[in-house]
Design a binder for this molecule. Structure first.
Ligand code: PLP
Length: 481
């Protein structure tokens, strides 16, 4: 137990503990591959390790740090592990971690310009850098939110404001129709429901065999809704769907939206980042006709969660939707600076642009491009390995570095047995602690997804996973099928 202190930790203690913690983090990253990617624990087990009551007396940092290995790590899923290949990965790079540390130290609350001039201006600068990297037109104005779910919420809310403003009617909610593909992320539907869009006016547009929204179906549905006196107000196209990373045809969808005067939002949360690679920029073709787009640097730009970037060509509509300034938040710079609190639901805002600044400066645009290029190369290599092995099959095209596949062993077994086999295969390889793969289901098929997007993931890691999959499959087939 430590002596009673009044006030903060003494600076010398902070310095010493800080060095120790940085050493711990450096060792953690060096040894990351020694940890099981998924912790071996069951719900409820971890909390038993902690005292039921808060400590009455302060404890030393040594005591707290010594518990990291014993009490924290056993419950950590190692997103930073090079064989974390589940979901869409979010990896912490060295500069990203340092930026987070500085963010906490400076503790800027970027509500408005006055509350943190540097947070406000750094957000403008770094979002313009990222805009250039993505080759978005100059009229795309950016703001940082925490997650893509929230960025898209702001897009849909803006679309609603636009239509209400144009029709000079704020009571349209019961008539508003909202469109996205049946492969869009669940956050899109959740956002719409949250905003009060009626469930029966939410249209999940059919996809083609490559899991892309079919523009003709969208067009027909919109026409039908207009005929029925409903009001189509927003379409979300996805660049990189969650299950397969399919890319909707933004150009074709944009044409329909502009003909019908409908807000077009692009959810490019994960894959949009690939557009910083010039030969991949085509994925955003047509974006110049969209009203908004979201990309998540915390998904594929090596920044610790969370940072989601939302660009819109209509920041005035965003402001109209969210600006409400009470007396106590008025400042003398209100007419000469950007107050980001006016462009979103949050008042308090973290200094997240510092992560963009650190990471983009450290790697440079060239460095970031080469990491993403390499991920795509390794992903394609895995695609090739799967398609050349008769015991496996690919289940979707691979536009980036996410591969959807399943085992189809030689012997003829039913679809139900295949589903069971693949689920067991994934669970078995995950149980080894050597890799974490996740799944999806398409046309009622259980599909394993392998995603190459972690900053530490190299070809050798993918090859290890491939070998493990084959070995585990042989074992499963030998035993039962
Ligand atoms: C295409 C897409 N959009 C949105 C999201 C939600 O992202 P977030 O966790 O940042 O809200 C995801 C998550 O994987 C996604 O794949």
């Amino acid at each position: 137990m430590k002596n009673k202190i009044v006030g903060d930790m003494p600076p010398e203690e902070f310095r010493k503990s800080g060095h120790e913690l940085i050493d711990w983090i450096a060792d953690y990253l060096i040894n990351i591959e020694e940890y099981p990617v998924l912790p071996n624990t069951k719900p409820g087990e971890l909390k038993k390790r902690f005292p039921k009551n808060p400590p009455e007396n302060g404890e030393s940092v040594e005591e707290i740090l010594s518990d990291i290995d014993r009490k924290i790590i056993p419950g950590v899923t190692h997103w930073n592990h090079p064989k974390f290949m589940a979901y869409f990965n979010s990896t912490s790079s060295g500069p990203g971690i340092l930026a987070e540390l500085l963010t906490a130290a400076l503790n800027q609350n970027g509500m408005n310009w006055k509350s943190s001039p540097i947070a406000a201006e750094m957000e403008e600068v770094t979002l313009d850098w990222l805009r250039q990297m993505l080759d978005l037109p100059e009229n795309f104005w950016g703001i940082i939110y925490d997650t893509a779910s929230i960025s898209s919420l702001h897009a849909i809310a803006s679309a609603k404001t636009q239509v209400e403003h144009e029709r000079k009617d704020k009571n349209l909610l019961n008539k508003l129709c909202f469109y996205f593909s049946e492969q869009a992320h669940s956050s899109i539907e959740k956002d719409a429901l949250f905003l009060g869009i009626k469930k029966e006016h939410i249209r999940k547009i059919k996809v083609n065999k490559d899991f892309k929204m079919i523009p003709e179906v969208l067009r027909n549905q919109i026409s039908k809704d207009i005929e029925n006196n409903l009001i189509p107000f927003c379409v979300v196209a996805t660049v990189g769907t969650t299950s397969t990373t399919s890319v909707d045809s933004v150009s074709k969808i944009a044409k329909i939206c502009s003909e019908k005067n409908i807000w077009l939002h692009i959810d490019a949360a994960h894959a949009g980042i690939a557009a910083i690679v010039p030969e991949m920029r085509f994925i955003l073709n047509g974006v110049e006709h969209a009203d908004s787009i979201v990309v998540n640097p915390h998904k594929w730009l090596f920044m610790p969660i969370d940072i989601s970037v939302y660009y819109t060509t209509k920041p005035n509509i965003l402001k109209r939707t969210f600006s409400l300034i009470p007396e106590y938040l008025k400042t003398e710079q209100d007419n000469s600076a950007i107050n980001y609190m006016d462009y979103g639901i949050q008042l308090g805002r973290r200094f997240r642009s510092l992560k963009l600044w650190f990471v983009i400066r450290y790697f440079g645009v060239k460095g970031l491009r080469s990491i993403i290029r390499e991920h795509i190369r390794v992903g394609k290599l895995f695609e090739e390995l799967v398609s050349n092995n008769p015991q496996f099959e690919l289940l979707a095209p691979v536009p980036f570095s996410t591969v959807c596949f399943r085992a189809v062993p030689n012997r003829v077994i039913s679809e139900a047995q295949l589903n069971e086999l693949n689920e067991r295969l994934m669970n078995e390889v995950n149980r080894t602690g050597k890799v974490f793969l996740s799944h999806t289901r398409l046309y009622n098929k259980f599909i394993i997804r392998l995603v190459v997007s972690g900053i530490r993931t190299k070809e050798e890691h993918m090859l290890e996973v491939w070998a493990l999959l084959q070995k585990t499959l042989s074992k499963l087939i030998g035993n039962e099928y």
